[in-house]
Each structure stands twice: as structure tokens, then as C-alpha cells.
Design a protein around this ligand. Structure first.
Ligand code: ARG
Length: 605
């Protein structure tokens, strides 16, 4: 597609036509052609020519360019209807491209011409409490974007950016103070070190947070006190700070376990609190620029712009009345820190889209403060990749029946149990024959469960809300993670059988439409990966992987490998190998594992 696009761009230029209309796309009539260009219709009026005639001129021009490259036989053109240009690739060209693709270790995916350093801020769990499903999508999408960015040749620096510095700690500490006032942390005359052991477990922390929250909801004085405690903790008051440290340690252990389980990886485990060391320096810069101003006792940065019109963006509050900092302060200071430590070209925030306004404020303040890269005369604003919510059956963000947050660990367990039901036990004949233990089957169920959750999430556009349906996403049929894992396992068994039959792969030679369709689909890999990166959309990869699996299924019914002419066998085997390599790569970029063999209750792949 890229090569064709270049040719059409050149032709349009030569004919002095607006290149905006030169765009070549996949055909929506694959029965007629592979690609099409509809520019002649849009330009006819302007060029004062009938569209068909204009289309003919364009085709002539493209043909000349192709002939000059010695590729005259590689493409066939046809003008359809009022002036659509239909393009079909010669089988010989597809064969040659597919052979090249399969001998390339990157499977034909180019690396970017402009490698960047990208800070990826994703995950963002809050540490006074256990992780809940609200932090599932950022982990899944963030990890995939991290893998895709690296694969296309960018340098990534990922930071989990723990939420470890706000009012929730104040509320939790306040509650603990009510329940266990005798703890040394609350004794103003305490001397020396505090205990090494945390006074609370993760379960207690969850409960304390909930109860503290309740208390502050009903009692203004309590809320005031929680605010005060937060400010004291941030200023380093030793008892509160000591408690805070315990809270962080206890919950980070659990958070790490969840991420390990999902194979989500971070280079840095920084938190909001790590920005604290930078706040004075940031305040100094803001003051020097004269943009930190007083407003109702607080210190703020005005970020409204004319373009906001009737709805001016509210100011970013940098210091509250009581001196405490806000979420805006820590994010602004974190940008400062990231510029100093990593000098990134770009920062991506994979965060709930409901935080859009917050990031607008932060990015504008960062721009005013001069914290952003200057490039080509302008500044690159960081990018908020906002994701939609995971809803329950009622279409509202998923909650437990009594309206509580659903814990992530619990949800992962449930999906694991659902996956387990699909698999046989170690007592199954096939498992016995293969010497597969129950432990290995559980591992398999775990890999299937993670695939189910991840694919289910990413098959939707990142910005779209979706309803979580456990039964749907764990099925081996339909557009699911397990279906794709199963497709790969099935290919593995085909390959094993071919090897046993002594067949070896050889040059690709297309002999029917099923082979052609599969090879054509596989050749979309490069476009797919780059598009996924540019749009920050793992769903683009999900769509392609699913299409491959479907097209492959058809291919495999129609194109047996065993008992064929040797060249046909060799070619088909090579196509199968290529399919496996591409599917595995795509699943890996989605963060999904590909078990070699999948045991199911129905049949064995
Ligand atoms: N902890 C935040 C939350 O739970 C998400 C943090 C996202 N990253 C950031 N730099 N603000 O909503």
C-alpha cells in the first residue's frame, strides 16, 4: 500500500492535481480488486474534466512510472463506474512480497524513520487501597502501546505513577487514629524509630479507607482534619509520614502481584509523592514567569485560553489555602522531573478519559512554564490517551451489587475459574498421554484467562465504553482472545503433522483464491502495526489478527497440505508458517501469550 501510495502521489503531482485526493485504500470490493483510488471523482470539477477521463490520465501516469521501474506486469488497473480506479496486484508480485516477508525477521514491518523517546504514563493505581477494575484498561492498553512503540523502533520509558499522595491517605490515617489512637504514630512525644512492621494489612487498609471516606462524607470537621493530616503528611510530619510509608509498602506488594500476573511491565515505579522534591523548584519557575498568582487564598496558574469561549478552563490550583498540593501540582512537577531526567520527545498518559480536563490544565500550565520540548517552532503537548469505562450489565461503570468497587484481583480470579471450566483435568486421556500435570493445566487456564480479559478490552476502541461479559470473552469461538490462541495452537499441530510427514517449506506459489486471500491479508501486517501505533489503538491489531484467523480457517479447509504435489505442499506449508509467525507477533504485541497446545473439553488442538 505504501508503494502504491507513493506512485499515486507522484502521478498526482505530475498532473498538478491536489495530492489530498491521491489516497489509495484497501478495496471495499475485494472480489473485483485489491486497492482503489477514488480521487478522480472528487477532482473532476476542479480539473474541468469528466471524472472517467481524469481517471484515465491518472492511470496512464501511474503506469508510466511503474514501467520506468520495470514493474509493468505487477499491477493491473481498471476504471469502474463513473471513475473509480481499481488496482489489482499480480500473483507473482504477491508471491515475491510474501517470500520476502517470511524471510525477514521483522516480518516486513519497517522501523520508524524518526525514533522518539516516549515516556508512557500508565497503570496509575492508588495505593491506600486494593486495585479495582477502574485500573484495568490503562494497564492493558498501556502495556500494548509500550510493546508496539518499541517494536516500531521508539525508545519507551514507562512509569506506573502510583497515586500515593492525596487526600485518601489523610482520610485513612484519620480513621486509623480514631480506631487505634494508641499507636505510636499518633503520639506527639514519640521518640526514635517507628515499628518496622505495618500496623495494618491490605484488607484493613481497604476497610479503613472506606470507613474514613464515609466519616468525612458525613462530617465536615472530620474532612477538615483529614485535609490537615494530608498537608502535614506531605510536609513530612514524622508520624503521619511513617504511616503513609507503611500504607504504600503494603499496597504496592499487592499491586506488583496483579501486574506480574497480567505481564504488565514498568521501568519505573515512581509515584505522585516523588514529584514532591521538585515542587519548590517548579514554584520558583512559575513565580519567575509571573504565572503563579493568588486566588482566594490559594496559589493558582490561570490556564484559560480564548478558544475556550464560554467555558473557560478553570485555573490549575498549585497550592491550596492550607499549603497542601493537588493532583495538578504533582502532575505538573512530574513533567518537570521527566524533562530533567529523560528529556522525552513525547509523553503519553493512558488514563481514564474522564480526567480530560485535568490533563488539559496540566499541559497548558506546562507549556506556559516552558517545560515542554520545542520543536519546529511549536511545542509538542503531551498526549492524553483517554479510555472509556468498563461497564456492568446496567451500562454504568462496573460495581459490586452493594455499589462497591470490584477488586481487580478478584475479577482475574473469576475469569481464571471460567477458563478452567473449559479445560479438562489431568485425568483426561489426552492429558495423561501427553503427561500434562494439573499444574500445567492451571497455567494454561491462567494464560487463557489473561488473553480473554486483554483481548476483550482491546478489541474495543480505546475511547469507547464497553460492557464486561465474562461468558462471552472466555469462549473459544467468536472474536475473543482464546479463539486466537486456539488458532495458533491449531497451526502448531498442523506444522507438527507436516514435519512428521517429512514436508519442508518452499517458495510461495499461489494456486487458488484462498491462498491468495490469506497471503494478501498477511501482507497487511506492516500497515497494521504502524497504524496501531499512530492511532494509539491496539484494536487495529485485534481486528487484523481476527481477520487472519478467519481467513486462515477458510484456507485450511480448502487447501490441504498432505497428499499434494511437492511444490504445492511446500508453498502451503510456508504460508502456514508465515501465518503462525504473524499471529504470534500480533498477539505478543497485545501482551497475549500463545500456548503451544490447548487442551479443551470438546476436542484437542
Ligand atoms: N492515580 C490516578 C487515578 O487513579 C491515575 C494516575 C494517572 N497518571 C497521572 N500522571 N496522572 O485516577
Amino acid at each position: 500500500m505504501q508503494q502504491l501510495q507513493a506512485l499515486f502521489n507522484q502521478a498526482f503531482e505530475a498532473l498538478e492535481l491536489d495530492q489530498k485526493h491521491a489516497s489509495v485504500g484497501l478495496s471495499n470490493r475485494p472480489d473485483l480488486c485489491d486497492f482503489q483510488c477514488n480521487g478522480a471523482l472528487a477532482l473532476a470539477k476542479q480539473a474541468k474534466k469528466p471524472p472517467r477521463q481524469l481517471a484515465e490520465m491518472i492511470v496512464e501516469s501511474v503506469k508510466n512510472l511503474i514501467a520506468a521501474q520495470g514493474q509493468a506486469d505487477d499491477y493491473a488497473f481498471d476504471i469502474a463506474g463513473p471513475g473509480f480506479i481499481n488496482i489489482k496486484l499480480a500473483d507473482s508480485l504477491l508471491e515475491q512480497l510474501a517470500d520476502t516477508q517470511s524471510s525477514d525477521e521483522r516480518l516486513g514491518v519497517s522501523t520508524t524513520e524518526a525514533p522518539q523517546t516516549i515516556v508512557l504514563d500508565f497503570g496509575g493505581p492508588n495505593v491506600a487501597k486494593e486495585m479495582h477494575v477502574g485500573h484495568l484498561r490503562c494497564a492493558i492498553v498501556g502495556e500494548s502501546l509500550q510493546r508496539v512503540a518499541q517494536f516500531v523502533g521508539h525508545k519507551t520509558i514507562s512509569d506506573v505513577h502510583l497515586g500515593d499522595w492525596g487526600l485518601p491517605y489523610g482520610k485513612t490515617i484519620l480513621e486509623l487514629k480514631h480506631q487505634k489512637p494508641d499507636l505510636p504514630y499518633f503520639d506527639e512525644n514519640h521518640q526514635g524509630e517507628y515499628p518496622e512492621e505495618s500496623p495494618v494489612t491490605l484488607e484493613e487498609l481497604n476497610r479503613l479507607y472506606r470507613e474514613g471516606n464515609e466519616r468525612c462524607k458525613n462530617d465536615d470537621a472530620a474532612l477538615e482534619e483529614a485535609r490537615f493530616i494530608t498537608a502535614q503528611m506531605q510536609k513530612g510530619q514524622s508520624g503521619y509520614h511513617g504511616l503513609w510509608k507503611h500504607f504504600v509498602d503494603v499496597s504496592v506488594q499487592a499491586i506488583r502481584k496483579n501486574y506480574e500476573r497480567m505481564d504488565i511491565n514498568f521501568d519505573y515505579w515512581y509515584g505522585e509523592s516523588d514529584s514532591y522534591a521538585y515542587i519548590d523548584r517548579v514554584a520558583k519557575v512559575l513565580n519567575e514567569k509571573g504565572i503563579l498568582v493568588e486566588s482566594e487564598g490559594a496559589q493558582v496558574v490561570h490556564v484559560a485560553e480564548e478558544a475556550d469561549g464560554e467555558n473557560p478552563l478553570p485555573p490549575l490550583i498549585f497550592f491550596k489555602k492550607d499549603g497542601a498540593v493537588t493532583y495538578g501540582t504533582t502532575d505538573l512537577a512530574t513533567i518537570f522531573q521527566r524533562q530533567e531526567d529523560f528529556a522525552p520527545d513525547q509523553i503519553y498518559y493512558v488514563v481514564d478519559q474522564r480526567q480530560g480536563m485535568h490533563f488539559k490544565q496540566v499541559f497548558r500550565a506546562a507549556e506556559q512554564a516552558g517545560f515542554l520540548n520545542k520543536k519546529d517552532g511549536g511545542t509538542t503537548l503531551p498526549l492524553h490517551i483517554g479510555y472509556g469505562t468498563i461497564n456492568g450489565p446496567d451500562g454504568k461503570p462496573m460495581k459490586t451489587r452493594d455499589g462497591q468497587q470490584i477488586f481487580l484481583g478478584g475479577m482475574l480470579n473469576e475469569v481464571f475459574e471460567a477458563a478452567k471450566v473449559l479445560l479438562p483435568t489431568a485425568e483426561d486421556e489426552q492429558c495423561k498421554a501427553d503427561g500434562v500435570s494439573q499444574e500445567q493445566l492451571d497455567q494454561l487456564a491462567e494464560e487463557i484467562a489473561m488473553a480473554a480479559i486483554k483481548f476483550n478490552d482491546m478489541k474495543n476502541n480505546t475511547a469507547t465504553d464497553y460492557s464486561f461479559d465474562m461468558n462471552q470473552c472466555t469462549r473459544f469461538e467468536g472474536k475473543t482472545g482464546p479463539y486466537l490462541q486456539y488458532a495458533v495452537a491449531r497451526i502448531n499441530s498442523i506444522l507438527d503433522r507436516a514435519t512428521n510427514a517429512g514436508i519442508t517449506a518452499g517458495a510461495i506459489k499461489l494456486s487458488n483464491e484462498f491462498e491468495r486471500k490469506l497471503v494478501f491479508t498477511l501482507l497487511q501486517l506492516n500497515d497494521t502495526i504502524h497504524k496501531a501505533f499512530e492511532k494509539h489503538e491496539p484494536s487495529v491489531i485485534c481486528d487484523h489478527a481476527y481477520e487472519i484467523a478467519q481467513v486462515f480457517s477458510r484456507f485450511y479447509t480448502e487447501c490441504p497440505i498432505l497428499n499434494q504435489e511437492p511444490e504445492v505442499q511446500a508453498s502451503r506449508l510456508k504460508i502456514v508458517e508465515l501465518t503462525k509467525a504473524i499471529l504470534s507477533l500480533e498477539l505478543n504485541l497485545l501482551g497475549i501469550k500463545t500456548p503451544h497446545k490447548i487442551y479443551t473439553k470438546r476436542e484437542t488442538a
